[in-house]
Design a protein around this ligand. Structure first.
Ligand SMILES: C[S@@+](CC[C@H](N)C(=O)[O-])C[C@H]1O[C@@H](n2cnc3c(N)ncnc32)[C@H](O)[C@@H]1O
Length: 350
């Protein structure tokens, strides 16, 4: 039987999400669409339901059980329990469809937990848990769904990273990098060397330093004194394109968070990643999208990473703004030369 997929995203990213679905999952048919949520009809033969890997702009993808209404949270919780049935629920995730929807998420989660017999409802699930999902659409309406928790973002309510900014952190970029490390299961090892393009004021560098890496921050702007004073940190106070290419030799991780046009970011990465002898094990790059429609270029950008000898994955992080994070791990084999692309190659799902 066909079923409905409920995908939630950052408000405004719906068209980018739908365009991505058309490109990589053309057998799905788009259904209802509201700010922060898009539904798709999934044909019964579709082999997987782990759609968030493919959809990039979807933070959470759950199997829809339907909608509930009613004149109180109590009534809606009873209707949810009837829809949910007697399955072995282990977790309850509640989140608003959009930041503008007001909802007492903790109280709704408690109520649903009581109705379904789930302790600690509303918290992070464990891998393997069957999760009852509740997306608060408005004061009167909830969308109900379910999913099986597997990889980290599927254990977080709404795919929203639960990390809290540690005291003394100089920017929210700490949270973005922390989420990227968790989402893409990146293994940063103490003693490795990282270079960040667009490092000021230094939150992401603090996350790298906390992981035990030696860090070089490249940015014409001033890095916060607390970061600059760290014995494993050094700044090159200049624009990325003014740094000699040989400075990137021996770099294990290339992190990039420059607030410039994504084509300029890609040009900066190409210049570095096609330099002979520069082969970081991984790249973690933020591509800013001046408009969501710029996401149309994403397949080509991912192809460029592949042409440089990397396997890219992408996600619009819950801690990120109008941007997409690409994490690309080095493939074994020869390094690509400058200007090599494979845009004509048919695209696998990634
Ligand atoms: C979003 S902020 C980076 C935040 C930073 N990653 C952190 O952890 O705090 C963007 C930064 O990109 C820098 N930037 C813009 N163009 C750049 C360029 N061509 N080369 C290096 N840095 C650049 C800006 O000066 C700015 O500090």
């Amino acid at each position: 039987m066909d079923w409905f997929l409920l995908a939630t995203c950052r408000g405004g990213a719906e068209a980018a999400l739908a365009a991505r679905q058309e490109a990589v999952l053309p057998s799905l048919r788009r259904g209802a669409w509201r700010r922060g949520i898009v539904t798709f009809r999934v044909p019964s033969g579709e082999p997987t339901d782990a759609f968030e890997h493919d959809l990039i702009f979807a933070r959470a993808c759950v199997r829809s059980l339907g909608q509930v209404g009613g004149d109180s949270d109590e009534a809606r919780a009873a209707a949810t329990a009837a829809l949910a049935g007697p399955a072995p629920w282990r977790a309850v995730h509640v989140w608003p469809r959009d930041g503008k929807v007001e909802a007492d998420v903790a109280s709704i989660a408690r109520r649903l937990g009581d109705a379904l017999g789930v302790a600690d409802a509303g918290g992070v699930a464990r891998p393997g848990d069957l999760v009852l999902d509740c997306v608060v659409d408005s004061a009167e309406r909830w969308w109900i769904g379910r999913h099986r928790a597997t990889v980290p973002p599927t254990t977080w309510p709404g795919g929203i990273a639960p990390s809290v900014l540690p005291e003394g952190t100089v920017s929210r970029a700490w949270l973005k990098l922390d989420e990227a490390i968790a989402v893409f299961s990146l293994r940063l090892e103490p003693g490795q060397r990282a270079i960040e393009l667009g490092a000021a004021p230094g939150g992401a560098c603090q996350r790298l330093l906390a992981a035990g890496l030696d860090v070089v921050g490249i940015d014409p702007a001033v890095v916060d004194a607390r970061v600059a004073a760290h014995p494993r940190f050094r700044q090159l106070r200049m624009r990325a394109r003014d740094v000699k290419r040989r400075a990137f030799r021996g770099c294990d991780w290339l992190v990039c968070d420059m607030n410039i046009d994504p084509t300029s970011t890609m040009a900066a990465l190409e210049r570095i990643l096609t330099t002979p002898g520069v082969r970081p094990v991984g790249v973690i790059a933020t591509l800013k999208l001046p408009e969501w429609s710029r996401a149309e270029a994403l397949p080509g950008w991912l192809d460029s990473f592949a042409a440089w000898g990397y396997t890219p994955r992408a996600r619009q992080l819950s801690t990120g703004g109008r941007e997409v994070c690409v994490a690309a791990l080095r493939r074994a084999g020869r390094q690509a030369g400058p200007g090599v692309t494979s845009r004509a190659t048919p695209r696998p799902r990634r």
